[in-house]
Design a protein around this ligand. Structure first.
Ligand code: 5GP
Length: 183
């Protein structure tokens, strides 16, 4: 879906399709270099990371495997609860594997620091994080984010996998939501 179809729900376009794709290609090149000669398992966090996973994995000119987890940390509101639950676990045994978590956004970092600790307890060779978006609060968290697409302001954004109440995930761009939509 293009911005013009939901123009009244949005205030600004932070990142358009082309900016997102260009950044993912650059990140993929870094990842290729860093993991040369190593097997790589991309772990996507459903549902937000679907678009990142699809585009990042296709930008990687090497073999990768993909697996998915679903965790819940947010409910349907716009603020982080800090409560993380596994709704769907990995199908893959990650012991001695190099795992790269593909994420859409890091806000407080609560979800990811919990996820990293959880995956590290399974004996992988390494666990790293690649996120397309990072909000300012995430800088204070203890887990190390190896690959960051864009640092964005502390506003609620939708599009490119990110939803509000289940909607806007199929928006091509990343936009801020007008207050009247969630107000
Ligand atoms: P954290 O635990 O880092 O605070 O939150 C992580 C999760 O919260 C993300 O995976 C995402 O699902 C949700 N989230 C955080 N910020 C936003 C945002 O601006 N927009 C949307 N749609 N979801 C967000």
């Amino acid at each position: 879906m293009d911005v013009k179809h939901v123009e009244h729900d949005l205030t600004t376009t932070l990142l358009d399709e082309e900016q997102i794709q260009r950044r993912l290609v650059a990140l993929a090149a870094e990842i290729e270099r860093d993991y040369e000669g190593k097997d790589l398992l991309l772990v996507g966090v459903l549902k937000g990371a679907v678009m990142v996973m699809a585009d990042l994995s296709r930008a990687l000119n090497r073999h990768v495997e993909m697996d998915w987890m679903a965790v819940s940390s947010y409910g349907s509101g716009t603020t982080s609860s800090g409560v993380v639950r596994i709704l769907k676990d990995l199908d893959t045994d990650i012991s001695r594997r190099h795992v790269l978590i593909a994420e859409d956004i890091i806000d407080t970092g609560l979800t990811l620091s919990w996820l990293v600790a959880n995956l590290e307890s399974r004996g992988p060779a390494s666990v790293s994080i690649c996120t397309l978006l990072r909000k300012p609060d995430a800088q204070r968290m203890s887990v190390d984010v190896r690959y960051v697409g864009f640092d964005i302001p502390n506003e609620f954004v939708v599009g490119y996998g990110l939803d509000y109440n289940g909607r806007y995930r199929n928006l091509r761009s990343i936009c801020t939501l007008a207050p009247h939509v969630y107000g």
